[in-house]
Design a protein around this ligand. Structure first.
Ligand code: UGA
Length: 439
């Protein structure tokens, strides 16, 4: 099938290359010319395991190309809208300007019989509004909403082997056509027995925000337990293991620590609250404000803990920060808890040396006041404390004995409960983590 993918950021670029991998003839439309050029040259504009290989394969097959020009989308049977929906400045609501601009621009080339498929995360009600716009301007064109659940770090795997497919479609024959077309696009995924939920626009839109809200709530739940553990001397890691053995609860997303960040969970729960307010249903989601508060308190607590282990003052202390991306296997620093903590430490008088295996260039651009170094060893030189804030594999596997030779004081704060506590303590380190007893 001929497919266009409009917006080649994280979601769109991976989607475009994956659709080509599935055998479709794909054009990715990206208005940012340097980004379109980079992608055309087979270079990933972001760090994502497996993506560059997939991109190379798809370009070499001749089934994938990129262009900044919407005219190139003309003639595609299916147009996926994959642009970003960031948080509005100074507000909780989502900023829909890119979705609106992309749709308007697509309408110039859209033909009757073609299918527009929204994949961006949008406030409930957006699809119905866009559907009217599409059918008003191009009678015979149809809109569907097909949310994406990919995780950064697993984007390729999640796109080619999703847990489920959700189609939000209109009622009647247009809906049947949309469903049949999407089934054709995803034929191999459907044939693999992937569960499908075929529903209306509003439910499809809400599935995405509800899923992200649930994940955020699960993380904040265990972090609230961590606060209580700190007050009682209990151990949050053992608590998570124990409750996680219950199938109904499950152990995933119960890792206490610095909490959630990134370009999705924080802004999605806020946009969801804002939309609920507009709909007069704000009470239903007031708990998400608490989820957000618990999450933010973890960052403050981490800074307090660093001050505590540095004998009550951060002024003039050398602090090594390991990790800056919002999660491992990503160079994304949007709303990164690790960077937030690093910046706070610096502002409170510490001399912070930060390192991240993938995000160093991004930190230098966005936080020029932080000293960015190339390795954990360099960061730790003569450090008064070492903070592990993003659990990259190479940090989890550090040898506490050798690492202990570099620092001034063997104090480690494990912001992600990722280190082998016994090994670090055996090597003479004082180990601290949120929600766990001091050694
Ligand atoms: C999230 C969702 O997991 C995806 O399903 C969704 O498609 C995506 O948002 C999106 O809306 O596009 P992502 O932002 O890539 O994916 O990251 P997650 O793996 O969900 O992690 C989010 C944050 O939670 C990270 O900062 C991570 O460190 C933190 N986290 C995760 C914890 O603090 N504890 C945990 O147990 C798990």
């Amino acid at each position: 099938m001929r497919i266009s993918v409009i917006g080649c950021g994280y979601l769109g670029a991976v989607h475009a290359a994956s659709m080509a991998e599935l055998g479709h003839d794909v054009v990715g439309i990206e208005v940012d010319v340097p980004k379109a050029q980079l992608l055309s040259a087979g270079k990933a504009p972001f760090h994502e395991p497996g993506f560059e290989e997939l991109l190379g394969r798809s370009l070499a097959s001749g089934r994938l190309r990129f262009s900044p020009d919407m005219a190139e989308a003309a003639g595609s049977a299916v147009h996926f809208v994959c642009v970003g929906t960031p948080q509005k400045r100074g507000e909780y609501a989502a900023d829909l300007r890119y979705v609106e601009a992309a749709t308007e621009s697509l309408l110039q080339v859209l033909q009757p019989g073609e299918l527009v498929v929204g994949k961006s995360t949008v406030p409930v009600g957006t699809a119905a509004r866009l559907a009217e716009l599409v059918s008003g301007k191009v009678p015979g064109a149809i809109l569907a909403w097909n949310p994406e659940f990919l995780r950064e770090g697993f984007a390729v795997q999640d796109t080619l082997h999703p847990d489920r497919l959700v189609y939000g479609i209109p009622a009647g024959p247009d809906g049947d056509t949309a469903q049949a077309t999407l089934d054709e696009v995803y034929a191999s995924i459907v044939d693999a027995g992937t569960p499908q939920v075929v529903t209306d626009y509003a439910t499809a839109e809400m599935v995405k925000t509800a899923a992200n809200s649930f994940l955020a709530t699960k993380i904040s739940f265990i972090n609230a337990m961590a606060e209580l553990c700190e007050a009682t001397g209990a151990d949050v890691k053992q608590l998570a293991d124990a409750i996680g053995h219950d199938d109904r609860i499950g152990r995933k997303f119960l890792n206490a620590g610095l909490g959630f960040g990134g370009g999705c969970l924080p802004k999605d729960i806020r946009a969801f609250m804002a939309r609920a307010g507009e709909l007069g249903a704000d009470q239903a989601l007031t708990f998400l404000r608490e989820v957000d508060n618990i999450n933010m308190r973890r960052r403050i607590r981490m800074v307090d803990l660093a001050r505590e282990v540095c004998d009550g003052s951060l002024v003039g202390k050398r602090i090594a920060v390991l990790g800056a991306a919002f999660k491992p296997d990503s160079d994304d620093i949007r709303d990164s808890p690790a960077l937030n903590v690093a910046a706070q430490l610096q502002l409170q008088g510490a001399s912070v040396q930060v390192t991240d295996p993938a995000a160093n260039e991004n930190i230098k651009r966005s936080w020029p006041q932080l000293l960015v170094v190339d390795s954990a060893e360099e960061a730790a030189e003569r450090a008064d404390a070492v903070l592990l804030l993003t659990e990259w594999k190479q940090f989890r596997e550090l040898d506490p004995v050798a690492f202990g030779q570099i620092v001034a004081k063997k104090r480690v704060l494990d912001g992600r409960q990722a280190l082998d506590r016994d090994a670090w303590e055996a090597a003479g380190w004082s180990y601290r983590a949120l929600g766990r007893r001091a050694g």
